[in-house]
Design a protein. Structure first.
Length: 457
C-alpha cells in the first residue's frame, strides 16, 4: 500500500430501471419506430438480450456487442461538448434538474468532454440527466441497466447502420478442435452423469475443457501404449504435470483414475459405489469448475482418467465477480470511510466526479502497464493527474493498494497504516474519488485500489 499527500462528483448512483418489453402494436413505419426510440438503448428480450443504440439524429441502430465494442461505438458516435455546456445538464443521482431545454436538445447523445480528458457521458432520454460511462465494462453495464426491452419484430423495423457490426450466431455445440480421437460421446456421458450428481447436491455444473481433455487423453494414450495403470508414468511424469504442458493455466488440479469394464455410462455410478468418500471430496467440490476426460485400454479393459481443475481466470473471478459493480463498490467504500471519520468526530466526505476520474484513470493505467506507484510511468504525479481533470485544490492526497479482495479488506489495511489512515481521517479534506481496476497484465492477475482526496479552492 502507498499513500501520497500534498499541501464533485455528487453521489453517482446508476438508475436501476426494470427492463420491460417494448411493443407497438400496429406500428409498421420504420421512421416512426426509430423516432420513438431515438437515443435509447434497446435489448432484444426475445433473443439473447443483444444490445443496440439508436442514434438520435441518424435514426439507425448500432450493435453494442461486447464491452469494448460498446465503448468504441460510444466514442465514434460521440459529440464533443465544452465543460460549460456539459455542466448545464444535471448529473444522474443529483437533485437538480439542470437546463432541461438544453438537455432535451441533446437527448440520447453521447457527449465527450473535449476540454478535459475526453470523458464520455450519456444523456438519458427518460430523465434528461447525464450518466458517466467510465471504463468499457462500466459503460456496458450502464447501458444494460438503462436498456429498454424490445421485441424482435419491432426492432427489425429500425435499420442497422452501415458501420455497425451485427450479432454473430452462437452455435449450441462447440467443436473440439484440439482432440482428434473418437471419445467425445464418452466424455459427454461422463460429464452429464457427473453434473446430475452435482446438481442434486445444489452444486453448479462443471464444464468440459478441451485442454484438460487433451492432457487426460495424453496420459491415457501413454498408459495404453506402455501397458501401465497409474497416474504416474514409468518415466515419472504425473498426469497433473500434463495439464501445464498443454497450456492450461491451473490454480488447482486433481486427478481420478479407475478401470470400468462397463464403459462410460457406468463411470460415475461405479465411482460413487466403490469410493463414496473420495467421490464426495473430489467430484462434489466447489474447488473445480472444469474437467477433462481421457480414455485408455489397459489389459483389454477401459480405464478413464478424469482431471478436475480450476483455471487461474476462474479462480480470480470467484472474488472479483463481487467487484464488477463499480458504483456499488465505490458507495460501499464511501460508507466505510465516513464511518471511520464519524468515529473521530469528522464531517463526511462526498464524491467528486473529477477525483473519481483521476483515481480511476490511475488504477486503470497501473493495471494496463503493470506497475504500482503514485507516479505514472510518464512522470505524472497525483497532483498533476488531479489538476488535469480540472479539480483546483487547496490540499490533496492519495492512497493506493494492491491485492485486497474486498472493500473491508483494503479499508482495514489502510486504517492499520498510519500514513493511509491520516489521509482518510484528514479533517481538511471534503471530497473523495475512488478507483478500482482488476484483471490480467504482465504480472498476472491483479486488483488495484485508489483513493484521491481533496479540498477545493
Amino acid at each position: 500500500m502507498k499513500n501520497f499527500i500534498k499541501g464533485y462528483w455528487g453521489y453517482f448512483f446508476v438508475m436501476c430501471v426494470m427492463v420491460g418489453v417494448f411493443s407497438l402494436a400496429g406500428v409498421t413505419d420504420a421512421a416512426t419506430m426509430a423516432q420513438r426510440m431515438a437515443g435509447r438503448i434497446l435489448l432484444q428480450v426475445q433473443s439473447k438480450g443483444e444490445g443496440w443504440y439508436v442514434h438520435p439524429t441518424e435514426l439507425h441502430r448500432y450493435y453494442l456487442g461486447r464491452p469494448n465494442d460498446a465503448f468504441s461505438i460510444m466514442r465514434s458516435t460521440g459529440l464533443g461538448v465544452t465543460n460549460a455546456n456539459l455542466n448545464r445538464i444535471a448529473v444522474s443521482g443529483s437533485t437538480g434538474i439542470g437546463d432541461t431545454t438544453f438537455a432535451k436538445s441533446l437527448s440520447g447523445r453521447i457527449l465527450l468532454q473535449v476540454q478535459s480528458n475526453g470523458e464520455a457521458w450519456y444523456v438519458y432520454p427518460v430523465n434528461l440527466k447525464r450518466y458517466y460511462l467510465g471504463r468499457p465494462t462500466d459503460a456496458f453495464a450502464l447501458m444494460r441497466t438503462l436498456g429498454l426491452g424490445i421485441t424482435d419484430s419491432d426492432i427489425s423495423t429500425i435499420p442497422v447502420h452501415v458501420d455497425s457490426s451485427v450479432p454473430v450466431p452462437v452455435s449450441t455445440t462447440v467443436p473440439d478442435t484440439t482432440l482428434t480421437d473418437n471419445y467425445e460421446a464418452q466424455r459427454t456421458t461422463i460429464l452429464t452423469d457427473l453434473n446430475v450428481q452435482r446438481n442434486s447436491h445444489g452444486l453448479a455444473s462443471v464444464k468440459l475443457s478441451a485442454l484438460l481433455s487433451q492432457a487426460a487423453q495424453n496420459h491415457s494414450d501413454d498408459m495404453t501404449s506402455k501397458g501401465y495403470y497409474s497416474l504416474t508414468s514409468p518415466d515419472g511424469t504425473k498426469a497433473t504435470e500434463r495439464v501445464a504442458v498443454v497450456g492450461y493455466k491451473a490454480h488447482s488440479v486433481a486427478v481420478w483414475l479407475d478401470s470400468v469394464p462397463n464403459g462410460a455410462s457406468a463411470v460415475i455410478s461405479q465411482w460413487m459405489t466403490k469410493s463414496p468418500a473420495n467421490f464426495s471430496t473430489l467430484a462434489l467440490s466447489n474447488d473445480y469448475r472444469e474437467i477433462g476426460v481421457g480414455v485408455a485400454t489397459v489389459n483389454g479393459t477401459s480405464a478413464y482418467v478424469i482431471i478436475f481443475a480450476m483455471s487461474d481466470a476462474d479462480y480470480f473471478s470467484t472474488f472479483t465477480d463481487a467487484l464488477a459493480d463499480l458504483s456499488k463498490v465505490r458507495n460501499d467504500m464511501l460508507v466505510r470511510v465516513n464511518q471511520e471519520r464519524q468515529n473521530v468526530g469528522l464531517s463526511p466526505l462526498v464524491f467528486n466526479d473529477k477525483l473519481n476520474i483521476a483515481s480511476q484513470g490511475h488504477t486503470d493505467d497501473m493495471l494496463a502497464q503493470g506497475y504500482y506507484s503514485h507516479n505514472s510511468l510518464d512522470g505524472r504525479t497525483p497532483a498533476m493527474r488531479i489538476t488535469a481533470t480540472g479539480y483546483l485544490y487547496q490540499a490533496m492526497g492519495e492512497n493506493i493498494a494492491k491485492g485486497q479482495r474486498t472493500v473491508k479488506e483494503v479499508m482495514d489495511d489502510w486504517m492499520a497504516s498510519p500514513e493511509h489512515r491520516a489521509n482518510i481521517l484528514n479533517p481538511f479534506y471534503e471530497d473523495i474519488g475512488i478507483g478500482l481496476s482488476f484483471g490480467k497484465n504482465t504480472n498476472g492477475y491483479e486488483i488495484l485500489w485508489g483513493q484521491d482526496f481533496g479540498k477545493p479552492r
